[in-house]
Design a protein around this ligand. Structure first.
Ligand SMILES: O=P(O)(O)OC[C@H]1O[C@H](O[C@H]2O[C@H](CO)[C@@H](O)[C@H](O)[C@H]2O)[C@H](O)[C@@H](O)[C@@H]1O
Length: 388
């Protein structure tokens, strides 16, 4: 069987931003641009056409939408049935989970089926970080991946082009993963360091650069013009939330995370109000929800799904029929990538979740330890094929 046969010499796409400035006109120029919230110029083709907020319905959005979404990322709330509000027992849980597995089968139990669909295809792997490669922990600064997981990712990247696509800043996620042989997309795909390949000319803001070892890579930052705005909003969010105990604001370069995991539930509304208060002055920014985190990002038609498309194009795989992209992720923002794979009718998504939820993924895995098992199984399969 000749599955997953791909050039594994991927080069090193890693370079810290500080190093980039020496040979990146984009990095220097955008950092120095004079900035005004209303007059800043953006790549208009990527701007989302919908207004972020409609005046007049803001209060509704605040009182129901945001707070409901914040609550739905809480396990306590997930355990309540939607209509009755009654507690689910553990046997109800098991039943619900088994039914859910019929819809989203375990990628481990379905490995043979996956192998069959991969026959004769070249495989590319896209991995989310938090909740996928590392377990969710209270302190975002301590979301380390285990050495065993690192070894599995390193091993899988020897055989297949592998990219990490994270909501974190690219530098931060690289600091956690620490593997030079991967490609990295930070800020929900708004900061991509990928292979140098001819890509379509409509990808403005894409530059070619070289790392410390002289290897070439391409850097794509579609939201570069938003950098001053994001920094400004980060500072305002830190200021307005400083008295809400447990809140943590994280600067992810082209987006900002406001964490409420460690905030008492009675204060979640105050967190939502504070974020809303700041965002009122920034119609070019929007808000999305993650796992006990509010994520502020540019109103750009760019997300993890677009990042996957971009990387496939850069890898020279997008026009070929014989490739199989697999995306593994646990969060709402990963749904954009699952959706893209579904729509392309190429490859599939694997949702990492121990609780039933609707998804655009095709398969599921319970937690990072199952993700590691899956990666190891891919490697074993590839090795056994190489030997035969
Ligand atoms: O796209 P990802 O790599 O999954 O990043 C999404 C967000 O992940 C981080 O927050 C989440 O993980 C933290 C550590 O386990 C946890 O404390 C937090 O509650 C989760 O939301 C990261 O800190 C965020 O900036 C990312 O946007």
């Amino acid at each position: 069987m000749d599955i997953m046969d791909i050039n594994t010499n991927l080069g090193s796409p890693i370079l810290a931003d500080s190093a980039l400035k020496s040979n990146s006109p984009l990095g220097i120029r955008t950092a120095l641009l004079p900035y005004s919230p209303n007059s800043a110029t953006f790549n208009s083709s990527l701007l989302l056409k919908i207004p972020r907020m409609i005046p007049g319905i803001l209060d509704d959005v605040m009182s129901s939408g945001w707070l409901d979404a914040m609550k739905s990322s809480s396990p306590t709330h997930n355990k309540l049935t939607k209509n009755t509000g009654s507690e689910l027992t553990s046997s109800d849980d098991d039943l619900a989970h088994n039914n859910w597995l019929l819809k989203y089968p375990s990628a481990l139990s379905s490995f043979e089926q996956i192998t069959n669909s991969a026959k004769g295809k070249r495989l590319a792997l896209f991995l989310d970080y938090d909740g996928t490669l590392s377990p969710i922990v209270d302190n975002p600064d301590r979301a380390f991946m285990s050495s065993a997981m690192r070894a599995s990712v390193r091993s899988v990247a020897k055989y297949f082009p592998t990219a990490i696509i994270s909501g974190r800043s690219r530098d931060k996620v690289y600091e956690f993963v620490g593997l030079k042989e991967l490609y990295y997309a930070g800020s929900h795909g708004m900061d991509i360091m990928g292979p140098v390949r001819p890509i379509s000319s409509d990808h403005k803001n894409c530059i070619k650069s070289t790392d410390e070892q002289g290897k070439e890579f391409s850097l794509f930052q579609p939201a570069s013009e938003f950098l001053p705005m994001i920094n400004e909003v980060f500072r305002s969010l830190v200021k307005t939330t400083k008295d809400i105990e447990g809140t943590k604001v994280e600067n992810n370069k082209f987006c900002v995370s406001v964490h409420y995991r460690n905030v008492e539930e009675k204060s979640w509304e105050i967190v939502a109000e504070s974020v809303n208060e700041v965002l009122k002055d920034y119609p070019r920014l929007r808000l999305t929800h993650g796992r006990k985190v509010l994520e502020v990002r540019p109103v750009l038609a760019w997300d993890k799904g677009k990042a996957v498309q971009f990387l496939l194009e850069s890898l020279g795989l997008s026009d070929s029929d014989d490739f199989l992209p697999i995306y593994i992720g646990d969060d709402r923002t990963d749904e954009d990538a699952f959706k893209v794979l579904r729509e392309m009718n190429r490859g599939f998504g694997i949702l990492v979740s121990s609780a039933p939820k609707d998804s655009n993924a095709l398969y599921s895995l319970r937690d990072p330890s199952e993700v590691m098992e899956f990666l190891k199984t891919l490697v074993l399969l590839k090795k056994s094929i190489s030997k035969s």
